[in-house]
Design a protein around this ligand. Structure first.
Ligand code: FES
Ligand code: FES
Length: 171
């Protein structure tokens, strides 16, 4: 069965006709060519596919595209503004918090959701926030450091974009 859906993706409304079983992850990657969200396990275990739906981190491999009808979806592609990276992305780069990079889009989106909700997290809260995101390479320490640095940048007065409206990535 086909469904007509309308989803706000990275600030732009997108209309599409999708089959009932189309996963949000496939809709984003294959239909919209937004390949930042990755498929790791395909079963809700690794977090590589994490995107924000109504500001909450969601495993896009576990959500159907039809379930996102009418929702505000932010992918990692929606964070930077032109050449200007989001402070969370910038902190990952500055702290060399990646190796192969496969897990990083999901990590960044989980971190983004945390910092919008809680701009001054403890290290433990950061660890908790990324507990659903697996990394095979880094050992996590630099990732946690990067998220703490992004939070510091926010406290120093830099804007964590997405905190400018009621929803991450809102207009
Ligand atoms: S691919 Fe979605 S949680 Fe692993
Ligand atoms: S940087 Fe390789 S899986 Fe995380």
């Amino acid at each position: 069965m086909m469904h007509d859906i309308r989803v706000k993706v990275n600030g732009q409304w997108v209309e599409a006709r999708v089959p009932s079983h189309r996963r949000l992850l496939d809709f984003l990657r294959d239909d919209l060519d937004l390949t930042g969200a990755k498929e790791g396990c395909g079963g809700g275990e690794c977090g590589a596919c994490t995107v924000l739906v109504e500001g909450e981190p969601v495993n896009a491999c576990l959500m159907l595209a039809v379930e996102a009808d009418g929702a505000d979806v932010i992918t990692v592609e929606g964070l930077a503004e032109g050449d200007c990276l989001d402070p969370v992305q910038e902190a990952f780069v500055e702290n060399s918090a990646l190796q192969c990079g496969y897990c990083i889009p999901g990590m960044v989106m989980s971190a983004k959701a945390l910092l919008v909700r809680n701009p001054s997290p403890t290290r433990g809260e950061v660890v908790e926030a990324i507990s659903g995101n697996l990394c095979r390479c880094t050992g996590y320490a630099r990732i946690v450091d990067a998220i703490m640095k992004a939070a510091q940048a926010e406290r120093a007065g830099r804007t964590v974009r997405g905190d400018e409206s009621s929803k991450p990535g809102g207009e």
